[in-house]
Design a protein around this ligand. Structure first.
Ligand code: ATR
Length: 271
């Protein structure tokens, strides 16, 4: 019998996760399938218990379910700190993980970028920012979170300080903040289709030793990344964060390292 996996969310029709995971299962000859399910927060508990009862291997959770899941599953300490679960494993009860920050970490590491000991400037203070800030602080980076709404950055930094070094501020002093950073990560929606001209910084703000990572991957080459190239900085595109967060979930469920290139191809074919 095939083991079923899935992603729960709403909206969910455009999720790239089924293509990505099914391609990996096919490549490895595994008897598994992965499907997308529209689930609202008020039905999440029933959906999770139903999936477990029906023998699902595990599920991913996306908007708007990641926070709600904390009330239902046994979250590991990282997911607990982040305040969001994106992966649920049914092997032993119902255990929740958050692999989003790991996805970002591996995206940078595959480009030869070191995180431990680096000064990392994260712009934005939403869900993606939380996952990356907690993961990178845990991995020994010095984190600065800058956000349009300053209080949100300060509040997030206070939480992250419990696992590492973090401070929060507004966007007022971007040039100096970037000058003091090794890695700049855009976790805002600026630059995302259809308003692709938006950017958190321009080439004049950057330096050649900087790595710029944009978690926006529609378009793949954002205005921010074009500016990074102009400044001679290293530009890292966001689609690999999606691939690697999925790869980490795949490993949690199956214990198998999935074929990254096959997953990446499946994601990019969807564009
Ligand atoms: P996600 O969960 O994907 O991280 P989110 O929670 O909607 O997304 O967060 C979006 C982030 O982009 C927020 O940090 C938001 O700043 P505010 O907290 O001030 O709202 C930021 N953002 C969105 N539009 C922006 C803009 N035009 N300029 C600067 N920051 C912006």
């Amino acid at each position: 019998m095939r083991t079923v996996f899935g992603v729960f969310g709403n909206p969910i029709a455009h999720s790239k996760s089924p293509d990505m995971h099914n391609a990996a299962f096919r490549e490895l000859g595994m008897e598994c399938t992965y499907h997308a399910f529209r689930v609202s927060p008020e039905n999440l508990k029933d959906a999770l218990f139903g999936a477990k009862a029906m023998g699902f291997g595990g599920v991913n959770l996306t908007v708007p379910l990641k926070q709600e899941a904390l009330k239902i599953v046994d979250a590991d300490p990282l997911a607990e700190g982040i305040g969001a679960v994106n992966t649920v494993d049914f092997k032993d009860g119902m255990v929740g993980y958050n692999t989003d920050g790991l996805g970002a970490k591996r995206s940078l590491e595959e480009k030869g970028v070191k995180i431990k000991g680096s000064n990392v400037l994260i712009v934005g203070a939403g869900g993606a920012s939380r996952a990356i800030a907690f993961q990178f602080a845990k991995d020994g980076a010095d984190i600065t979170i800058a956000n349009r709404t300053e209080e949100k950055a300060i509040e997030l930094a206070a939480g992250v300080s419990e696992v590492g070094n973090a401070k929060g501020c507004g966007l007022g002093n971007m040039k100096q903040l970037i000058a003091d950073s090794d890695i700049l990560i855009n976790c805002t929606t600026l630059g995302m289709h259809p308003k692709t001209e938006g950017t958190i910084a321009t080439a004049e703000d950057m330096h050649p030793n900087l790595t710029v990572f944009d978690i926006v991957y529609n378009p793949l080459e954002t205005t921010l990344l074009k500016e990074a190239k102009k400044a001679g900085a290293k530009a890292v595109t966001g689609e690999m964060m999606l691939v690697y967060q999925g790869a980490e979930a795949f490993k949690i469920w199956t214990g198998v390292e999935p074929p990254i290139e096959v997953m990446k191809k499946a994601v990019l074919e969807g564009f």
